[in-house]
Design a protein around this ligand. Sequence first.
Ligand SMILES: [Zn+2]
Length: 81
Amino acid sequence: MPTLKGQKPKPQVIQIRMGDVPFEVCAACKGEVFIQGVKWKKVSAIQSLIGKEEVATWPALICANANCQTVVGETPKAGSA
Ligand SMILES: [Zn+2]
């Protein structure tokens, strides 16, 4: 039986046609354009596991509609990495 030396398994590529996928819209104004922002929290030395003040950040999206500006994106719960 021939061996396939040096041949790595191909990563599975999920084929999607982007035209079939609807844009996510703002729940408040149905707008399709968002601005990327960052949410952050300061964790005090007392609360921190490493005993030092820490800053935690994660991405958030802001509705680009100037009259809306709803922030999209969930705040990770405490304890989830
Ligand atoms: Zn909006």
